[in-house]
Design a binder for this molecule. Sequence first.
Ligand SMILES: *[C@@H]1O[C@H](CO)[C@@H](O)[C@H](O)[C@H]1NC(C)=O
Length: 395
Amino acid sequence: MRRLRLQDAWLTLLLGAALGLLLYTQRDRAAPTTRAPRVQGRQAPRPAPGRRALPVPDVGADPPSYEGGTPAPPTLPGPFDFGRYLRAKDQRRFPLLINQPHKCRSDGARGGQPDLLIAVKSVASDFERREAVRQTWGAEGRKQGALVRRVFLLGVPRGAGPDEAGTQTHWRALLAAESRAYADILLWAFEDTFFNLTLKEIHFLAWASAFCPDVRFVFKGDADVFVHVRNLLQFLKLRDPAQDLLAGDVIVQARPIRLRTSKYYIPEAVYGLHAYPAYAGGGGFVLSGATLRRLAEACSQVELFPIDDVFLGMCLQRLRLTPEPHPAFRTFGISQPSAAPHLHTFDPCFYRELVVVHGLSAADIWLMWRLLYGPQGPVCAHPQPVAAGPFQWDS
Ligand SMILES: *[C@@H]1O[C@H](CO)[C@@H](O)[C@H](O)[C@H]1NC(C)=O
């Protein structure tokens, strides 16, 4: 009898402990400031979107996973040193090591102010994807009557500073050769890390307003996106470059992530408000020439913030501009199209109506381009991308 009681007591204790543990883990998960971040392939969780400004068509459950393999700007090992970031924040001007001063000059060999300047964030080692972009959606020249120009935005690869002799000359020589071959490399003297993407943003805005003062529109994005340039130009045809415009995958009321282990962790001391201003996902957005010049000025007044697209949202807020949501910009990844669940990224019918899709490998970009613009033309004849039945390789 007594033994039984003892056993009961033990069991109760054990159950109590288990319950406590369960509640503890649930508490963490239900913390109101953070949301379980979506993981999209090699893309890390983004600040939790509160609510999208426009409902995007629900095309399935889980976002597809992509084989990455190509380098993104590295994050520093260990926790991010906010103290150091805040102390170094005033140093925000770095020299341009490789310039393309004639990119937009009308006296240049290929003449005229571009209608669309494509600016792609890249890192030195990602030659393969730059090559894919150059030969697919980022190709320069006339498209539907519009003059398109391209630049890649780079910083100094991490660990290749002047103190590490040997490696430095190597990548510098390679980039110099690449720049001679394609005239599309912009290289600044800051370290190319994830948290320095904000520096990349302000340096690009300053560069573009200085060297491309009359550009009509600018598309800025990552190297792992696919851009349907034809759709983009169609959209821009109706817009006035002298008016303000910044359109993309707009996130409103995103809450800062207070989870220390997240790549996007922001302590309250750095950003105290409960939500970020509306911003367009940095994977790809388009802006008018007028907005470019105003943003370059506004951003130079805004304190640096380590997440580049949120930072740009802060500059927009300063101008009292709201980014325009465009449902065809999918910078936060796409869900699997329900009509072709086994194919996800490789359904051109699905891509037909989109402008920007994020998270592609160099091979994905090539293949999508071939399928959309290949000798047979678009494989998919139906106007409705998702309803168009499973895509077949031999069709
Ligand atoms: C940004 O670049 C500067 C200059 O190269 C470097 O000193 C700094 O550590 C970098 N900051 C981050 C957060 O990576």
